[in-house]
Ligand binder design. Structure first.
Ligand SMILES: NC(=O)c1ccc[n+]([C@@H]2O[C@H](COP(=O)([O-])OP(=O)(O)OC[C@H]3O[C@@H](n4cnc5c(N)ncnc54)[C@H](OP(=O)(O)O)[C@@H]3O)[C@@H](O)[C@H]2O)c1
Length: 334
């Protein structure tokens, strides 16, 4: 079933007008949302923990931070701190301070879906999940555009939860692109699956394995870097704009023939079976339990893998090549 596609013209800002929104955190998403909401004319405060490293950055952007305790008393409170930190902040600060019928907003359904947070029943609990990283949420807004977002409702204590979710999405620039309605479960499970199979796990391992195959066969690491990593952006941009068939119209006949005949030798039934396993672990909560155990143990696997990745040849070659191409860091590079 296809999801209804909402845009600015379909969304009424009435339900959110005049309400103070407290954004908790001033990191990737927090900074983008706080600045977008402010620039959309909304009354915004940023809630930060005592001694926060983000306080100065927040002031530099013209917003004076308040304590998490003060922020909790706003009519809408947006959880934009890292997912593993959210349950403690809810339990220790928000649960006893949030006003009846105020709204708790999430940018990812994880903690609600896996019941790491069980909010008070008198609160509205909403999802406004940008389909893009925080940097893009702000950059696109500044350019007069927006990134698409998913909205959903977990609890509707006030009777206005759905209207508030759409209105928030509009203030944050998402209605300029597309706002699709979903559930916390669907957003969480599809988001985790896409991260693991495609956007992070899939692409990172595909690129690294291809780089290693070329360099082990004696090809120049610089050339391997350009072919296997740098060019990903060019293909991704085309896929984004034109889809798979449209992209194939722009590639050579050798590339198209290789796509049909060689692609399935890399991504095949075994990969499909692995994807089904990933999805099953996400759906039955095994992935979330494993992640909790990893974090509780001080993230030993994550630390080990980060260190290994930092010393990998693709990283050293990449750092050297990127330093010679400062234009890559421009907001809109080709
Ligand atoms: N990253 C993305 O682009 C992205 C995309 C879609 C959805 N999301 C969702 O957006 C939410 C926020 O993620 P994020 O990546 O934007 O987070 P983030 O950048 O890692 O958040 C950093 C901010 O959270 C604050 N913070 C960290 N731990 C805290 C604690 N225990 N108490 C109070 N403040 C704390 C930090 O304050 P200090 O300066 O004091 O450390 C900083 O201001 C998550 O639910 C995530 O799933 C993120």
């Amino acid at each position: 079933m296809s999801a209804a596609f909402h845009e600015d013209k379909d969304i009424d800002l009435g339900p959110i007008a005049g309400r103070r929104i407290a954004v908790l955190g001033f990191g990737a998403q927090g900074r983008a949302h706080a600045l977008n909401l402010r620039d959309s004319g909304q009354d915004v405060v940023v809630g930060l923990r005592a001694g926060s490293a983000s306080a100065e950055v927040c002031r530099q952007h013209g917003l004076e931070p308040v304590s998490l305790e003060q922020a909790a008393e706003s009519e809408l409170v947006v959880m934009l701190i890292p997912d593993p930190e959210q349950a403690a902040v809810y339990e220790n600060i928000l649960a006893s301070r949030m006003k009846k019928h105020s709204a708790l907003i999430f940018a990812h359904g994880y903690n609600i879906h896996y019941r790491r947070i069980v909010p008070r029943p008198d609160l509205d609990v909403l999802l406004v999940a940008p389909l893009g990283i925080g940097e893009q949420v702000r950059l696109q807004y500044e350019a007069g555009l927006g990134v698409p977002a998913l909205v959903g409702v977990h609890q509707d204590a006030s009777g206005q939860a759905r209207a508030l979710a759409f209105a928030y999405a509009k203030l944050n620039g998402h209605g300029r692109a597309a706002v699709l309605e979903t559930t916390f479960a669907e957003e969480t499970e599809t988001d985790l699956f896409a991260e693991q199979a495609v956007l992070c796990g899939g692409i990172d391992h595909l690129v690294t394995s291809a780089f290693e195959t070329l360099t082990e066969a004696g090809y120049s690491p610089d050339i391997a870097y350009f072919c296997c990593l740098h060019e990903v952006k060019l293909m991704a941009d085309m896929l984004h704009r034109r889809g798979i068939v449209g992209t194939r119209r722009s590639i050579s006949v050798a590339a198209e023939f290789g796509d049909y005949t060689r692609g399935p030798r890399v991504i095949n039934e075994a990969s499909r079976a692995a994807m089904q396993d990933l999805l099953a672990e996400i759906r039955d909560g095994r992935f979330a339990d494993e992640l909790d155990a990893e974090i509780a143990a001080g993230s030993p696997l994550i630390r080990r893998r980060r260190a290994a990745a930092e010393s990998h040849e693709i990283e050293k070659v990449g750092a050297r090549l990127r330093a010679r191409m400062p234009w890559l860091q421009k907001k809109h590079n080709p």
